[in-house]
Design a protein. Sequence first.
Length: 360
Amino acid sequence: MRIPSDLYQKRYRDRRGRQGRRSRFSWRQSWRAWIDKRLPPKREQVLSHRNIFIFPSRAGLVFTGLLVMLLLVAINFENSAIFALVFLLGGLLVVSILHTFGNLMGLKISGRTAEAAFAGRQAIFPIMLSATGRQHFGVQLSWQDISSDRIDVAKQSERSIPMRFRTGPRGICKPGRIKVETSYPLGLITAWTWVDLAIDTVVYPFPDKSAGEPVSQSAYHESGVQERAGSDDFFGLRSYVVGDSMRSVAWKTFAKTGQLSSKQFVDYIDHRLWLDWDNVTGDDEQRLQQLCHWALVAESGHHEYGLRLPGVNVPPGRGMPHLNILLSELALYKLPLKQSSGSYAGSMRQAGSSKPSVAL
C-alpha cells in the first residue's frame, strides 16, 4: 500500500445519510434487482447476446429522425432519388447495428482486487480486457461518472485499464457494476452492458491528524533489547561494594571462595510501542481514526508497534505488511460479518492469522 503524500489535505466527510435517502427510490431498487438476476456477479465475464444491450446513440437518434424526414419528403414528392437515399442510409444503419454488436461480442472482462485506500480517497481497480476470436475497437469503461479512454484490444491479447473509484466510509468497498460500451464503427449505435466483477477492497479509517504522537508505553519484557539495573532477573555476580544490601550478598559463593560477592539483577526494557484503545478518546469512529494516525506515525519511526482493541490483539512488528494487517483490523472493527468478508479482507485476515498471538 502506498501512503498518499496529500493524505491530510482533504478531510473525509461521511455521506452515508445521503446515500440512504437516494436508495429509497423503488424504481432504482427494481432495476437493480432485475439487472442482478439477469447479469449475476462473476469475477470473469464473457460478453454475448445474453448480456449486451443495444440502443441508438444521440447521433443515431438524430440520424433516424433525418431518415424519417427524408422518407416523408420522398413520399410527398414521389422522388425516386430520395427514396434510394433513404434506403441506402437505412441499410447503413442496420449494418451498423450488426457491426457494433459484434464489436463487443466475445470480449472477456475480468477484475483484479485493488490496493487498500483511506476513506474518501480513490481506490484503483485494474480491469483486464482480453480478446480471443477478433479485435475490438473503441471500447470504453465507466463508473461513478469516471470514464476511461476508448481503447482497442488486439486479437489474442489483453489490456489492463486502471479504473479509479472514490471510496466511502471504512470497511469493504464494492464498486459494483461497471459500464462497458462501444459505438464503433459509425457512432450511430451504442452497444453496452453493466457487469459486476465481484471485486472489492478494504477502506481504512481516515487518519485524524489532531491525535498527535502515539502514547509511549514502555514495558518490561524478558526479550527486550535494552537492560537496566533492577530486581527482576538474575544477571550475574560482581565484587562486593561497601553499602550493598546484605540480602544481595552471595553467601554460598563466600563460603566456597572466601570472597564477598553481590548478586546483580536487571530489568529488560521493551521499547515496542502499543497502540491501545484505552489511550484514545471519543466515539468508536473517532478512536479508530486516531489509532489510524498513530499507526502511520509509528511506521515512520524506528520501533516495533502493535495494536490492542477490545477482542483484538495484533503483536508488535514493522513494515508495510504489518501496517496493512493493523489498518485492516481498524477498518473491519465491529463491522457485520457480511461486510467484512470480502476477498481483500479475507486475505488480510488470513495473513494475520498466521501469527499465533493474533486474537480475532
